[in-house]
Write a protein that binds this ligand. Structure first.
Ligand SMILES: [Cu+2]
Length: 128
């Protein structure tokens, strides 16, 4: 009987442990932007309640995310980044959303991209 209770407890503990872990999602998104101002804007937009970690890399355009998937979804985070005016791979911001972006952050502008040593914008890549 004692043995049975112990193995039952072990199963319960394992289940609790795996549900706690499965609430955390670690992922990354490709987000277009140019500069330090973009970094702040992107990270602020991504930092919704339930988000634990955000880090956007200016060079790689990769946004690393750690969030609680019972509090917030990847889709909500993407929508918030679009709202801030930034393109996400597979989810391009509308012209209206993009229009709110500061002049020196116009990451779709070819000339500005070249100045920052960047190749094609996500929005032009997706049109190809
Ligand atoms: Cu910028």
């Amino acid at each position: 009987m004692k043995k049975y209770i112990f193995s039952l407890l072990a199963v319960v503990a394992m289940t609790l442990n795996s549900t706690a872990q499965s609430k955390i999602t670690e992922t990354s998104l490709e987000v277009d932007g140019l500069c330090g101002m973009c970094k702040q804007r992107i990270e602020n937009a991504a930092y919704l309640p339930g988000v634990k970690k955000v880090n956007w890399d200016k060079e790689t355009h990769q946004l690393d995310l750690v969030f609680r998937n019972d509090k917030v979804s990847k889709e909500e985070i993407i929508a918030s980044i679009n709202d801030a005016g930034h393109d996400v791979k597979g989810a391009i911001a509308s012209e209206e959303q993009y229009a709110n972006i500061h002049g020196c952050c116009r990451y779709r502008d070819e000339g500005l991209r070249a100045n920052h040593g960047l190749g094609d914008a996500l929005c032009t890549e997706e049109k190809k």
